[in-house]
Design a protein around this ligand. Structure first.
Ligand code: FES
Length: 143
């Protein structure tokens, strides 16, 4: 008897059991979320990416015009609001990623420098420390 199998030499069928669709899966594209089920990404609050909150206020400092200063951005300096090198010596132990901000005082006078380290105009206080999340944040003690 002439069959298609004898003509083109198809491999023998090992099993006649139907292949269940639940057993065989095909890797195609990653599953798409339906529009109503958009993945909620954990919002990384900007203030958590900046330096450690040293104090929830600014510090009035009398600056000398033309003099250069290093404002501590990491929040760990013991000589606030200025850098004392802690960001260098303790960067791995404390996981410090920030570097000091170098600035030159434009003129003699008293200015408010940021201590919460969350200002958008470093090194100057822009009132960010008054935000609710800053005021409610727990300050980690200086190690
Ligand atoms: Fe904080 Fe240097 S100690 S930036």
């Amino acid at each position: 008897m002439f069959t298609l199998r004898s003509f083109i030499r198809l491999p023998a069928i090992v099993s006649t059991r139907p292949i269940s669709s639940s057993v065989v899966t095909y890797a195609t594209t990653p599953p798409q979320d339906s529009p109503g089920q958009q993945k909620q990404e954990e919002p990384v609050e900007e203030w958590k990416q900046k330096g450690r909150i040293n104090a929830k206020k600014s510090m009035k400092v009398n600056l000398v015009g033309g003099k250069r200063y290093m404002w501590c951005a990491c929040g760990y300096s013991k000589n606030q609001p200025f850098c004392d090198g802690t960001h260098l010596w303790s960067r791995f132990r404390l996981k410090i990623k920030q570097h000091p901000v170098f600035f030159k005082a434009p003129k003699d006078g008293i200015v408010g420098l940021c201590l919460c380290k969350q200002t958008k105009k470093p090194p100057y206080c822009d009132g960010t420390h008054r935000r609710k999340e800053i005021q409610e944040a727990v300050i980690v003690e200086n190690p």
